[in-house]
Design a protein around this ligand. Structure first.
Ligand SMILES: CC(C)(COP(=O)(O)OP(=O)(O)OC[C@H]1O[C@@H](n2cnc3c(N)ncnc32)[C@H](O)[C@@H]1OP(=O)(O)O)[C@@H](O)C(=O)NCCC(=O)NCCS
Length: 162
């Protein structure tokens, strides 16, 4: 059942510890980002991060995207997306990805991401939102050594020109 997402808003530094806690739960063995990594991302130019909060204000989902390049050769790259395991399947990941794609479409150009080749829930979500596999990166994740697919979603104008 889809959950109505009441509170999707920009991530702040105050959210970094909770996001690092979720990373440990979601990406154990694949180099979960520690709290300082979230602070560094929030301080970086050309990135946008968002969170979804539950009714109690606690972060239950988070996502970020990098906006690369300028002029006609721009592209975007999904840096991370995750939903609290206890809150999966309620539309939180979809809402976060839609927000990232809105930002990417304002920037222009295609959107890229990496995803574990065995991550079926994420692959299903990305395929549904127009991403296609364009390559494989062997042993991309460490220390697990898991492979990644690179996925690409066409630029909005490229899509409508098809
Ligand atoms: C991928 C992830 C963010 C999806 O978050 P979510 O809040 O559960 O997503 P939603 O409820 O919006 O579901 C979106 C789609 O994901 C897919 N999906 C979600 N859970 C799934 C599951 N258990 N099996 C297969 N597909 C699943 C479905 O396509 C679903 O669409 P549908 O509801 O129309 O069938 C979440 O599973 C997650 O945090 N995974 C661990 C972290 C991760 O792998 N992030 C991606 C790294 S590249």
């Amino acid at each position: 059942m889809t959950e109505i997402v009441h509170r999707l808003e920009p991530m702040t530094h105050a959210d970094a510890a909770r996001c690092a806690e979720l990373e440990r739960a979601l990406f154990d063995g694949d180099g979960p980002w520690p709290e300082p990594a979230f602070h560094a991302e929030l301080d970086a130019p050309h990135v946008r991060y968002f969170v979804v909060r539950g009714d109690d204000g606690v972060v239950v989902g988070y996502a970020g995207i990098g906006l690369l390049g300028s002029g006609p050769n721009v592209e975007s790259e999904v840096h991370t997306i995750g939903t609290d395991p206890a809150r999966r399947g309620r539309g939180i990941g979809t809402a976060l990805l839609h927000e990232l794609l809105r930002v990417a479409d304002r920037h222009g150009g295609p959107v890229f991401l990496e995803v574990r080749t065995d991550n079926e829930p994420a692959l299903a979500l990305y395929r549904r939102e127009g991403f296609e596999i364009v390559g494989t990166r062997k042993k991309y994740y460490q220390p697990s050594g898991a492979d990644a697919f690179t996925m690409r979603r066409p630029a909005r104008d490229e899509e409508t020109a098809r």
